[in-house]
Design a protein around this ligand. Structure first.
Ligand SMILES: [Zn+2]
Length: 309
């Protein structure tokens, strides 16, 4: 670490410690829990479980590249005002450890790794060498994992606000039924597709989804190649499109939309959107879309793109 980086790190750490001192009035303020969630799936799960008993805020603004987010001093001030801080895991938000270190004195705020105990997909060997973590962070795209995340969030609400525990647990149970029903629709909807490969002109996000429903997954980017898509991956995408006479390529809004357009033009394939859940557009947030809605849209597009009955 250079001396400049050490200075920035120490400055950030002292800011966290200063702004994360325990509040004078511990516990629930204004009779509502103040919850800060890093990314959209956690934010959406929290607002469903917490209903009218919580105030929930999403830390990362819409249209932000969640994988390259750098924690700002103002974020720390915001986080430290909350009763509960929800993050996914150290793969998705590697900067969460700074908040944990800084909030050690703040016994009021509960820091929750919502992905604790979920099924994890290891990165391949090369990606592991290039990254400082071992697992694919997109855990919520496995709908069983999503249920586990819901449980972890609900438990944290109960811990912090026992008076409303029945309310939180009931909301969580009802929502888990919806996730389970959606999972069944994915299972039946994707069981007999003529095509079994998701060709994705975006970043490495859908490996959990592909694995869960016995599909193959090829993306333009590997898990560790974030700045440029890999030429061999693009070659493989074009080859698959031509060989299997693929009619649709999947794309995402934030990463490489131009690459998707070029591939479509090059091969004559159409484009279908897949939402990864963490790159939300301002428009999506404004429209108030939900995680369930995004996953239903994904299923529709997958069925169309993979030629499923
Ligand atoms: Zn991602």
């Amino acid at each position: 670490m250079s001396s400049k980086n050490i200075f920035v790190f120490l400055l950030l750490l002292s800011l966290i410690i200063l702004s994360c001192q325990p509040a004078k009035e511990p516990g629930v303020t204004d009779n509502k829990l103040n919850v800060m969630a890093t990314i959209f799936p956690l934010y959406d799960f929290a607002r469903i479980i917490g209903g009218n008993k919580i105030n929930v805020t999403m830390l990362l603004p819409p249209a932000t590249d969640a994988h390259h987010y750098e924690l700002k001093p103002i974020d720390i001030v915001k986080v430290c005002k909350s009763d509960i801080f929800l993050f996914t895991n150290f793969e998705m938000e590697p900067w969460a450890y700074k908040i944990i270190q800084g909030s050690a004195e703040n016994t009021r705020m509960l820091v929750v790794e919502t992905g604790a105990g979920v099924f994890l997909l290891p990165l391949n060997e090369e990606d592991r060498k290039n990254k400082n973590y071992k697992f694919d962070p997109h855990i919520w795209l496995d709908l069983d994992n999503a249920q586990k995340i819901v449980d972890n969030i609900a438990s944290s609400f109960v811990k912090k606000d026992q008076r409303n525990s029945d309310y939180y647990l009931k909301n969580a149970a009802q929502y888990k039924l919806k996730l389970a029903a959606l999972d069944r629709r994915y299972n039946s909807g994707l069981a007999k597709c003529r095509n079994k490969t998701i060709l994705h002109a975006g970043h490495w996000a859908f490996a959990y989804l592909a694995k869960k429903y016995n599909l193959e997954y090829i993306a333009a980017y590997n898990a560790s190649t974030e700045s440029e898509p890999l030429p061999q991956n693009i070659f493989s995408l074009i080859e698959q499109i031509k060989k299997q006479k693929i009619r649709y390529i999947f794309y995402e809004d934030l990463t490489a939309p131009r690459l998707a357009q070029t591939l479509a033009k090059e091969t004559g394939a159409g484009l279908l959107k897949l939402s990864n859940g963490h790159d939300m557009s301002k428009d999506d947030i404004k429209k108030g879309v939900s995680f369930l809605f995004l996953m239903e849209e994904n299923l529709k597009n997958l069925k169309k793109g993979l030629l499923c009955p």
